[in-house]
Design a binder for this molecule. Structure first.
Ligand code: FMN
Length: 186
């Protein structure tokens, strides 16, 4: 089972990327989590760029996201919602609609912010956006508030409770990503 981990932050010292690195360690047996980077290389969504030859970063996004069994997103909150770059990536991955990389893809969200609410609004918006884009949204939010207090200087997660929540989240996501007949047989 291969799950992609996509951070909505481009920042070098991003707490959201650190959260995904913790998720890599929290992954249950049989689940391989892989950080995916590439959001910053995408052009702004433009319907006119559609056609047989899309820009290379778009091609890579669509291929990588389509091949993953599931995707875990970590989103910061910018002015009460998801960062524009993350929304842009989702827009690209939602077209062409019938063969979109996100179509029926099991996805889950987590989020960290330095504020008190742990990017809760951004996570709620992200779940709604992913659902509209055709993905199968699994699980609830994991709001990591006051993120600057929950990671050490090297970006390692200090909070055991959040670590356990990540493991549970990934277990749920992985179980949803198993093809239906296998799930019944298991
Ligand atoms: C443009 C901008 C808007 C922000 N708006 C919010 C917000 O609405 N709510 C919040 O909790 N934090 C907000 N923040 C603070 C972010 O939560 C904080 O910068 C966080 O560390 C970003 O995530 P990252 O560490 O993964 O880059 C904002 C930060 C920026 C740069």
């Amino acid at each position: 089972m291969r799950i992609l981990a996509v951070s909505g932050s481009l920042r070098e010292g991003s707490f959201n990327t650190s959260l995904l690195r913790a998720a890599l360690e929290a992954a249950p047996e049989g689940v391989e989590l892989e950080l995916w980077e590439g959001i910053g290389e995408l052009p702004l969504y433009d319907d006119d760029l559609h056609g047989p030859e899309v820009p290379e970063p778009v091609r890579r996004l669509r291929e990588d996201w389509a091949e993953a069994d599931a995707i875990l997103f970590a989103t910061p909150e910018y002015n009460g919602s998801v960062p524009g770059g993350l929304k842009n990536a989702i827009d690209w991955a939602s077209r062409p609609q019938l063969e979109a990389a996100l179509r029926s893809k099991p996805v889950a969200v987590v989020g960290a912010s330095t504020g008190q609410f742990g990017a809760l609004w951004a996570q709620q918006d992200l779940k709604r956006i992913l659902g509209v884009a055709g993905a199968r949204v699994v699980g609830t939010e994991i709001p990591v508030s006051r993120a600057h207090e929950r990671f050490d200087a090297r970006g390692r997660l200090l909070d055991a409770e959040i670590f356990d929540q990540l493991r549970l989240h990934l277990t749920t996501l992985a179980s949803e990503a198993v093809p239906a007949p296998d799930r019944v047989a298991a």
